[in-house]
Design a protein around this ligand. Structure first.
Ligand code: ADP
Ligand code: MG
Length: 235
């Protein structure tokens, strides 16, 4: 479904992506992991056309996405940092996003699921971080798309909301969707990910299942397996 070839991205002198190759098959949950600043968000933004690669190509379903925008209608994206207009209420923002996208939304169920009914008329600027993240999730999941890209969806969520989010992601997978997500919560990776994609030094340093990573690093604990990958690289 997604093919990334020889992708390079520099910000000034800083090389963030350095000849990255990656193929993601259709269907399943892919966890993009890597230390802070390793380029996960940059990779995701390149996929969305929000970051222009210095070199290389990205294609979705066989078509290059560079300089295109229509393909964005066919994917759902949750940004890592949602800069919502502080003066809008939750319901105003939901209505606005509904009007922006040429798709049929299904927001009611999600508003109920995340317990947002009592917040609908509150201004976004007055919400706690976790509640804002729940709004962010409603905006992302209320449309039906084959590709779902979630940049740190777990940030700020309480345990109940985290369970709802995990169930939501599992449900999407069951209906054949492709889900890319980044997270620092290893229990989420263990529970959800069919494959780990590990980014380090601007390249894909590991791609495979949690089991494969544990075997390769001779670790039984995922956090230790990841730490082992990083220290081996630096040795
Ligand atoms: P991650 O999501 O893995 O934490 P990012 O992709 O956000 O990492 O960032 C990778 C590196 O690129 C960081 O060093 C960050 O400071 C830098 N960076 C990201 N976006 C920009 C930008 N627009 N301008 C300059 N540097 C950037
Ligand atoms: Mg990031």
């Amino acid at each position: 479904m997604i093919k990334i070839k020889n992708l390079h991205k520099k910000f000034g002198k800083l090389t963030v992506l350095d000849g990255l190759d990656l193929e993601i098959d259709k269907g399943g949950i892919f966890a993009i992991l890597g230390p802070n600043g390793s380029g996960k968000t940059t990779l995701i933004k390149a996929l969305l056309g929000m970051v222009i690669p210095s070199k290389g190509d990205i294609s979705i379903d066989g078509n290059s996405v560079l300089k295109k925008w229509n393909y964005r209608n066919e994917l759902n994206y949750l940004p890592q940092i949602a800069n919502f207009p502080a003066n809008l209420s939750v319901i105003e923002l939901i209505k606005m996003v509904k009007n922006l996208r040429p798709k049929t939304p299904n927001e009611k169920e999600l508003i109920d699921l995340f317990g947002l009914n009592e917040f609908l008329n509150k201004k976004l600027g007055n919400l706690s971080g976790g509640t804002k993240q729940k709004v962010n999730l409603v905006l992302t999941f209320m449309f039906d798309s084959d590709l779902i890209i979630l940049d740190e969806p777990t940030t700020g969520l309480d345990p109940i909301a985290l369970i709802h989010l995990k169930n939501l992601i599992k449900k999407e997978k069951k209906s054949g969707k492709t889900i890319l997500l980044t997270t620092h919560i290893m229990s989420v990776v263990e529970e959800l990910a069919d494959e780990i994609v590990f980014l380090l030094d601007g390249k894909i340093y590991f791609k495979g299942s949690v089991e494969k990573l544990k075997k390769q690093t001779s670790q039984t604990n995922l956090e230790h397996a990841i730490a082992n990958l990083i220290t081996k690289q630096n040795a």
